[in-house]
Ligand binder design. Sequence first.
Ligand code: FES
Length: 322
Amino acid sequence: MSDAAFDGPTLSLRITARQEIAQDIVMFELARPDGADLPEFTAGAHVTLRVPNGLLRKYSLCNDPQERHRYVIAVKRETPGTGGSLSLTTDAKIGDAIEVGEPRNDFALAGNIQQFLFIAGGIGITPILSMMRHLKSSGAGRFKLIYLTRSRVLTAFHDEIKAEFPGQVTIHHDEGDPDRMFDLWPALEKPQGRHLYCCGPRPLMEAVRDMSGHWSSAAVHFEDFGATKPAHKADDKAFRVHLARSGQTFDIPANVSILDTLRAHGITVSSSCESGTCGSCRTKLLAGDADHRDLVLTEREYATNIMICVSRAKTDELTLDL
Ligand code: FES
């Protein structure tokens, strides 16, 4: 997402509470200055904020969507990072005005599903906590949560989750020791009609994707935001993209995505997460061999589809149906 402008309507809100809820994790409550109802959201939704240093950043809402008077987010202070979370967690104070985009949801709960498995890594708990609160208050489905963090002090909402969802939650800390990594296979071995939602660091999501290949692709959902965006690799190479419908050809530099390159040339392609998880930038691939880096496509779809926000090329040129 550009740091310059919101891509939809915005709200002028106030920070009505802030609290350090774990080491380097700050929870904020946002509300209208007059306390009036906020636009509705659904579980799994996020908002975009203009943080104090002017950057735009997306954060998942973690409260129950039934609450209309506030949006609640939890922000992990990333250092080093691009400065968005550092600015928000350091400089934003109770009473400050803050510009907030209306909620959007790229990680919505599937309808008519009775059973869910949630896997959260670190701050990836935030959208999943909203889902659990929604399912509990609405009675719309049953769920289990596996919540993986490095240590107790780094675990946001530890006590709330244990108190609100007794018997439905496994919390595991690996203390940074590879030998203490949680074994997810017993939970993933049998899909049993469940839908799987996973949010967390990229390596966790890739491990879950690899272990859930026998699940229906429609039943497996991932989300992450910029902090865990797949970085450009040191050996990434430039390539060309040819657009079959318009006849244009563009050079894609080694450190720029296809999506950003097209955008820079005024070509609009729908997008949202820009991290290869939401599916909105799916584009038909007509020729060439893609280097797939998303968590959306199945291997059967690889030959004819590409997620242009993260994926690149193995061949010198790709031809897209644009
Ligand atoms: S913008 Fe979400 S997968 Fe590309």
